[in-house]
Design a protein around this ligand. Sequence first.
Ligand SMILES: C[S@@+](CC[C@H](N)C(=O)[O-])C[C@H]1O[C@@H](n2cnc3c(N)ncnc32)[C@H](O)[C@@H]1O
Length: 248
Amino acid sequence: MIVDERIVTFINSLDTKNSEILETIESEALAASVPIIRREMQSFLKTLLMIKKPMRILEVGTAVGFSALLMSECAPEGCRITTIENYDKRIPIARENFRRAGREEQITLIEGDAAEVMKTLEGPYDFIFMDAAKGQYIHYLPEALRLLPEGGVLVSDNVMQDGDVIESRFAVERRNRTIHARMREYLYELKHNDALVTSIIPLGDGVAVSVKRDSGPTDSVAADVNLAECGAAEEIKRQEGTENGKTS
Ligand SMILES: C[S@@+](CC[C@H](N)C(=O)[O-])C[C@H]1O[C@@H](n2cnc3c(N)ncnc32)[C@H](O)[C@@H]1O
């Protein structure tokens, strides 16, 4: 756990319940040791969705469909969700969960390896939730960038890897070194890629929220900005004049 356990317990104690079907699916998933988003991440995701109001969501990593269902409940009406999963045993459970929740029309589950499936998608998706194999995020990024429109939001979960990511590679178990290096590379890319503005937040197991930048003002927009700046300068001068007892 990367955040003080008492802080997490306190924050989660303030949480209100999810819908009955989500509570049931969460309990079933936890009982079967299926990894699903943590309570504090659920609340963060809901808040982001209420701000962004996406109409097309892409999720990478369905598991048994818990987070896809959670997103379907707080996205705007008409929002479509596409979710990708490659683990045979989880796919029928996810499909059944979408049916139980009456959301099978809204959520499309695509079976297969995310790296391959993402290449076949057309997009745009104005919200992408990355929650699959952590060592693959860096490989998914070019496709995620292609699929995101300007202003689109990319949320990447578990980026702190239980705190391992801040350690030197020699302090990390040998078998985790590749994933450690790839996650560091991924975080560097999220922060340094000119197309993105990213904040890395120590919530849950670490979450990165990235927004795709506008590609820049066209000449006419730039000219408008300059004019607006000139207007602002005039207004400041006018106000200074008023404060000094002059009137315009
Ligand atoms: C953390 S779980 C997803 C949890 C889910 N988002 C939730 O909170 O309810 C990650 C899932 O990604 C799937 N996964 C891992 N690598 C994948 C890949 N290359 N392509 C598709 N799915 C993958 C795993 O099988 C696993 O079910």
